[in-house]
Design a protein around this ligand. Structure first.
Ligand code: F0G
Length: 950
């Protein structure tokens, strides 16, 4: 079905629309009138004050009546839209007006090349700069050639040759042997000049500039993001800073070349150098709009123009955004006080109705044939020319220009006052006329985790725009190359009241940011109703966040994520006002947009006094979303984020990265990671150690005696179940290994492994110290009579079978696919990968039971948790030494404690381990080793873990 509201995203800009959608900025406006845009919300037409102004295009507002009338008149008269190759009256009229206006202001006689967009107007500047340079150099080269020709008629072969001539020829034509004759040397010099003539011209632009996105102009645009793939093509460009002219001067100096000619003095052939610059143009956007509304210092521009003039470099002013009265004068060049060689106009020239660009080129340098070699089918169309001519008339109007300057002052003054009331929120209000930038700055020490995140991720500007749009019906957007700056480019007819309304909105926004009430800021994202603008704003401002500044040699990182959306309340207090499903909606919206970041930094001190720094790598996502990616077999985007986390951790000097929650699962217990310059751990070894410790701690509380207990592993084929079973075999009387239906063979090898290690144990320790399964096995005569010396020749598989025969019902290791066997168990480990719960109250025995459920999702049905005599745990939580206030926002654990996987990362950091640790399958030996390490550093079981951590 053709759903027109989706076509733009589906057929034009899928990625952009996704992003806009995330921030509720994907509004389908159906009408624009004056200073307003209109859209329908729930059947009601909403009127939006447009302070973005079509990226500066709408200086005369939307569908300006006078411009519409001019256009309508043209349409009514049926003037031809396209009459290429004829005397184009409308284009001529427009050019006449533009020439007249600018001659009055800048005292230069410009010809006008019309085009269809801003970038094209810049392309024409570039092209003409190259055109001029070509002809200038060609002329010089030909003059030299002519003079050489003339001289060769005069001079024969008997000339002395100056060393400078020999040097330059040797340097450039090392293969050539030098003949003394004038003609042969003149030929080489001519060839050399031909080569030099081929050198590519250079353009100089300013850092941070924006000039468009076509192949030429994009090289002048500074932001690498736009031209990653294009940086080796197109015109050669150098970007210099605008704070002083040193870089400009150096760039011109470093890009000089030289033609050579010859002279004869006292019968000696000498070299003459004719230096020239390769710089074909210096291009400046006097107020950098897209780059953050930065006004370039006027003194810099004046001085730069002088330097350029002295070096024969033309100056190009990109007034595409600053022109047409936006800064209170028709051109900004008038305020700077210089007359550029080229001026590019667009945006407002088309009056918001037509697409048009204009390049102004002085008549004195226009050239013989530029207008013939440059053309465009649509340039000079009559309708855009009619509208543009009318636009010029509107832009000359004094009251219009004065209004822009007065309203601009009003906004600037208002913002400065707001800033004084809510300090530390607004960095600066800058710009000229209606080309203003409002820069927000959230301090690094803001107590709000969410605000720090939004600022870190360059998202604050978008959220602010969303807020202003949904709470105040004001349209703005951040500058794309400087996203903490909100563009303020309203129409030149904006009234005092409209500016006051804007200031009112900014006041409330600043109060919200100051009070760190992120709920108020973000509630538009979940479609909550707007607040009354006078409603009090609850203060959530927290004491400053103290960034860890202590230096620590050992550094580790841990990748963690929220378990459920409501954990975000622990991370950001004001989120308490959202419901669980709203929080889910928020996280669903933002998780694709956020790249990894260091959300917190802690230093942990071992009881040995050693220290390790922990960088908490924020991975804004929930278990539910990760599980969905797993189900949909779409892990690539998440693995990419994990890889970015690793890169960041490495660049911060971390040597070990721990994988929390689902991140270890989706990386196949770290095995699917290719980066090998940093070590990883899933933390599974210490997680198992603490789980076992928790079972051993909880059992006596329910009066379960281990030596009489039966341990059951449900889902025994897995690695973790195997480790648990091997360990429990040391303590319990009987082990039941339950495998998947019809898959008993998968667990026989585990049974045999346990059996073998018991046999070794029996041989290794005195009889009275033998415990657990080994003790039960000693009842089998074939086991009992086995001698240590016979161990090497023992076939354990056979011995296992004999022992089963001998002990029958009393054989202590049972392998089965019958889940009902858990009835006997006192200690149960669940680790199946079945999608639904499989253990229900009626399946359990009447005695006391400890269940450790590490399955994902749970194996134990919820009601089992409320049974008396049954304790369901999910592992162990670790108490961190010397850190009673250890707390990571968003991880809901008591202060001073951490999950075992994070603790393993810390332990490995303290130990200086530099290889992957819990990686792929883990072994019982590893579990024992990490447990010993934990004892060295004073990490202890804090409590049994009762809630799912992933
Ligand atoms: N020069 C300047 C100063 C501009 O601001 C722009 C566009 C261009 C050239 C290119 O014009 O888009 O018509 O090809 N600026 C927009 C902006 C995109 O965000 O300010 P175009």
């Amino acid at each position: 079905m053709n759903n027109i509201s989706h076509n733009y995203g589906k057929y034009c800009k899928p990625n952009l629309v996704n992003q806009l959608q995330s921030l509720s900025l994907d509004i389908p406006y159906h009408r624009g009138e004056g200073n307003y845009l209109f859209y329908n919300r729930k059947g009601k037409e909403i009127k939006v004050l447009d302070f973005l102004g079509g990226f500066g295009t709408l200086i005369f507002g939307h569908n300006n009546e006078q411009l519409l009338n001019a256009l309508k008149k043209g349409l009514d008269e049926r003037i031809p839209f396209a009459s290429q190759g004829s005397n184009r009256r409308e284009a001529g009229d427009l050019a006449y007006e533009l020439n007249r206006m600018i001659k009055e202001k800048l005292n230069e006689d410009y010809l006008i090349i019309l085009s269809n967009s801003g970038t094209e107007a810049i392309e024409v500047c570039i092209k003409h700069c190259f055109y001029t340079q070509y002809h200038k150099h060609k002329k010089k080269k030909e003059q030299i050639e002519a003079s050489l020709k003339k001289m060769s008629n005069k001079w024969g072969d008997n000339l002395e040759i100056d060393a400078s001539v020999i040097k330059v020829i040797k340097n450039n034509f090392p293969e050539e042997s030098i003949h003394s004759g004038f003609t042969s040397i003149a030929t080489l010099i001519k060839n050399l000049n031909d080569n030099i003539f081929e050198r590519r011209p250079v353009l100089i632009g300013l850092k941070n500039a924006f000039h468009g996105k076509t192949m030429g102009s994009i090289q002048l645009t500074y932001n690498m993001e736009y031209k990653r793939e294009l940086c080796h093509s197109g015109p050669k460009t150098i970007h210099v800073c605008a704070s002083n002219t040193d870089e400009l001067q150096a760039a011109i100096k470093n890009n000089t070349a030289c033609f050579f000619s010859l002279s004869v003095e006292n019968k000696c052939l000498k070299l003459i150098e004719h230096p020239f610059t390769l710089v074909a143009g210096f291009v400046a956007e006097p107020i950098q709009g897209e780059g953050g509304m930065k006004v370039i210092d006027k003194d810099f521009l004046v001085k730069a123009a002088e330097i350029c003039r002295a070096s024969d470099v033309p100056v190009v002013f990109d007034e595409i955004q600053t022109g047409m009265g936006r800064t209170g004068t028709f051109l900004f060049a008038e305020q700077v006080g210089i007359t550029p060689d080229y001026i590019a106009l667009s945006k407002g020239l088309g009056g918001g109705l037509t697409k048009i660009g204009a390049t102004l080129i002085p008549r004195r340098i226009f050239g013989e044939d530029f207008d013939k070699i440059h053309s465009s089918t649509f340039a000079e169309d009559s309708f855009s020319a009619i509208v543009a001519k009318k636009s010029l008339e509107l832009a000359e109007d004094k009251t219009f220009l004065i209004n822009i300057l007065q309203r601009s002052c009003q906004i600037k003054k208002g913002i400065i006052e707001i800033s004084a009331v809510f300090p530390g929120i607004i960095e600066e209000i800058r710009g000229v006329g209606f080309m203003l930038g409002l820069e927000f700055k959230i301090p690094e020490f803001s107590g709000s985790n969410c605000l720090r995140l939004l600022a870190d991720q360059d998202m604050l500007g978008y959220v602010i725009s969303g807020y202003l749009l949904h709470e105040f019906d004001i349209r703005t957007l951040p500058c794309l190359s400087n996203k903490s700056v909100i563009r303020i480019e309203p129409s030149g007819y904006t009234t005092e009241d409209e500016c006051n309304y804007f200031l009112k909105a900014i006041t409330r926004l600043c109060e919200i940011l100051y009070k760190e009430n992120i709920y108020e800021l973000c509630k538009f994202m979940v479609g909550r109703h707007r607040s009354e603008t006078s409603a009090p704003i609850k203060n959530y401002r927290k004491p400053s966040f103290r960034k860890q500044t202590e230096q620590c040699e050992k550094k580790v990182a841990f990748i963690g994520h929220f378990i459920k959306a409501s954990d975000m309340i622990d991370w950001e207090d004001s989120f308490e006002r959202f419901t669980e499903s709203e929080l889910e909606q928020i996280i669903e919206t933002i998780y694709p947009l956020i790249s990894p970041f260091v959300s917190d930094r802690k230093i942990v001190t071992s009881v040995t006094g050693e220290k390790v720094q922990l960088d908490m790598m924020g991975f804004i996502i929930t278990s539910t979303i990760i599980a969905r990616h797993m189900r949909e077999n779409n892990l690539q985007p998440l693995l990419k984020k994990i890889n970015d986390c690793l890169q960041l951790a490495e660049s911060n000097g971390c040597t070990m990265v721990g994988f929390g929650g689902f991140t270890s699962i989706i990386t196949g217990n770290c095995k699917n990671i290719s980066m090998d310059t940093i070590s990883y751990t899933t933390g599974n070894a210490f997680t198992a150690a603490m789980g076992l410790k928790a079972i051993l701690t909880e059992a006596p509380k329910l009066n379960i005696k281990l030596e009489n207990a039966t341990f059951t592993a449900v889902g025994a084929a897995g690695n973790i179940a195997s480790v648990y079973s091997e360990f429990m075999a040391q303590y319990v009387k009987k082990i039941i290994l339950i495998g998947a239906k019809g898959r008993v063979e998968n667990i026989i090898s585990l049974a045999l492994k346990i059996f073998t290690s018991c046999i070794h144990n029996i041989q290794a320790v005195p009889e009275n110290e033998i415990t657990g399964i080994a003790r039960a096995l000693m009842m089998a005569p074939s086991v009992k009579k086995l001698k240590t010396v016979e161990l090497a020749q023992t076939n354990y598989q056979d011995l296992y079978k004999y022992a089963i025969n001998e002990l029958g019902e009393d054989f202590p290791i049972v392998t089965t696919d019958e889940i009902s066997m858990i009835k006997e168990a006192n200690l149960i480990l669940c680790s199946t990968n079945t999608p639904n719960a499989i253990i229900f109250p009626q399946m359990l025995g009447k005695h006391a039971i400890v269940i450790c459920d590490i399955a994902l999702p749970f194996d134990v049905e919820h009601s089992v948790r409320s049974m008396v005599n049954v304790k369901v745990i999910e592992g162990g939580i670790v108490r961190i030494p010397n850190a009673d206030d250890f707390k990571i926002p968003g991880i809901l654990l008591p202060k001073g404690t951490a999950y075992a996987c994070m603790s393993e990362t810390l332990l490995l950091g303290l130990e200086g381990v530099r290889n992957n640790y819990s990686y792929g399958n883990i072994s019982l030996d590893q579990v024992k080793e990490i447990y010993q390490i934990s004892k060295t550093h004073g990490f202890e079981l804090g409590q049994a873990k009762l809630e799912r951590s992933f």
